[in-house]
Design a protein around this ligand. Structure first.
Ligand code: T3D
Length: 260
């Protein structure tokens, strides 16, 4: 059985963590599957959006405590360097939008993997926990970076230090997720959202990722300059011309995603 399933529908790459009996806990085969999936996504110009989700009742339960973390002699820094950090960097640098579709429990690095996505959605029965403290660890995979930016420092510290579980409703109230969908149609609704994203102007989406990524560390001056430079490039794209033409002609735009 493949640890990560990969299929393409409607210009969306659907990447499914597939160890449902372990709530898709992360170990070597999942990390290898994710690396292979993102390599394909980067190389395939037909793919315009990514949908990252989990098989079964979980999204991802973080690092596999039975395999990768069962030996106390395991060098956590080495596995973070090898597997987690390159994955988070890759997701953030990918010039295509990623929807993290949290279908069930998201714990530890599994939760933080979702936070590395661009748009986070969840099934109504999903829940989220920074489980690290329960086993004497601290958040990794970008948790201490993403979490305070998404939900504020007070809630981020409390979630990390107390290790409590929050429901999907709380996650929505905190601003951790964008939208909730019913469990019954979650996969279909998530794909519909990803499909609509894939039909949008690809160059504009890529430019937004660059700008939002850099906003975290830029000064306002630097950010204004960056917006100007990116917008200048977008002004030369066929999708900008098509968007304006479609507006004037009062018809839906047909974006190709082609570069300038
Ligand atoms: O070097 C490095 O890798 C460093 C990186 C570290 C990053 C981290 O993510 S550290 C945090 C690791 N994750 C956790 O501590 C979470 C552990 N899991 C849980 O606390 C709970 O399972 C959940 C809260 C996620 C879900 O609870 P529940 O009651 O819904 O399910 P369950 O019954 O606990 O789990 C179902 C099965 O999945 C169960 O197996 P069984 O008994 O049916 O054979 C359980 O053992 C297994 N499972 C759940 N999480 C993991 C796991 N197996 C391996 N690793 C897991 N993380």
């Amino acid at each position: 059985m493949e640890a990560v399933l990969y299929e393409v529908k409607n210009a969306v790459a659907i990447v499914t963590l597939n160890r449902p009996e372990r709530l898709n806990a992360l170990e070597a085969s999942i990390h290898a599957g994710l690396r292979a999936a993102f390599e394909k996504i980067e190389a395939d110009t037909e793919i315009r959006a990514v949908l990252l989700t989990g098989a079964g009742r979980g999204f991802c339960a973080g690092a596999d405590l039975m395999q990768s973390l069962s030996s106390g002699e395991h060098d956590l820094g080495a596995s973070i360097d090898r597997d987690y950090n390159p994955l988070v960097r890759r997701m953030r640098a990918l010039p295509k939008p990623i929807i993290a579709a949290v279908n069930g429990v998201a714990a530890g690095a599994g939760m933080n993997l979702a936070l590395a996505g661009d748009i986070i959605i969840a099934a109504k029965s999903a829940n989220f926990t920074q489980a690290f403290i329960r086993i004497g660890l601290m958040p990794d995979a970008g948790g201490t970076y993403f979490l305070p930016r998404l939900i504020g420092d007070a809630r981020a510290r409390a979630m990390a230090m107390l290790g409590e579980t929050i429901t999907a409703d709380q996650a929505l109230e905190y601003g951790l997720v964008y939208k909730l969908f019913d469990d019954a149609n979650f996969a279909e609704d998530a794909l519909a959202l990803a499909t609509s994203l894939a039909a949008k102007p690809a160059e504009a989406l890529a430019a937004m990722k660059t700008a939002f990524n850099q906003a975290a560390t830029n000064s306002l001056d630097a950010q204004l300059d960056l917006e100007r430079d990116l917008q200048r490039q977008l002004g030369h794209t066929p999708d900008f011309a098509e968007g304006v033409k479609a507006f004037i002609e009062k018809r839906p735009a047909n974006f190709t995603g082609k570069a300038a």
